[in-house]
Ligand binder design. Sequence first.
Ligand code: MLT
Length: 210
Amino acid sequence: MSNELSHIHRFAPGNRREAAPLLLLHGTGGDENDLLPLGQAVAPGASLLSVRGKVLEHGMPRFFRRLAEGVFDEDDVRRRANELADFALKARKRYDLAAPIALGYSNGANIAAAMMLLRPDVLAGGILLRAMVPLREPPQADLAGKRLLIVSGHSDPIIPPSNSAALTSMLQKAGAAVELRTLPVGHQLSPADLTVATQWLERQSALAVP
Ligand code: MLT
């Protein structure tokens, strides 16, 4: 754990320089330890930067404030996404990292989507597990060259698949290449998420110029 930068985080250096680093963003009530095993499984040998959200909801860490389940304080979304983007830029310098791919779950996927829309320079791409539209009126972003995977759950009681589909078209309209997969699961992560995410990431590495 490190407190030197603006966010509590853990950094696990990888041993494959060519693998894009992952920025790991947990769900509500999680912390910087949660997604490290998933990151290691999805991208063996990649550097992992895992961050703890700074907002507390009844003691549970999150990345931004919400007014109710699925109803966001959008001013806070903007503020926190910018704060996290600044953290990511400083952490890149501190740890000598290329632009990361965000791997976020639920609230972590939502802040990753917001960061992509508000600060497109920061992330190379994203794997957004159970994500929804973070901003009703996002700024006009140029997301050409950005690649994202969105994985929704068909029976997710928190995030209807139609909302993940709306996020997909929002990002596509901004120019990103987005793949949407809907799994026969709910809000919780499943082994299928791991498989889909690993395969998607392998395809991105195959596309990368050696
Ligand atoms: C959110 O607040 O970001 C979403 O409702 C998902 C969640 O964290 O429950």
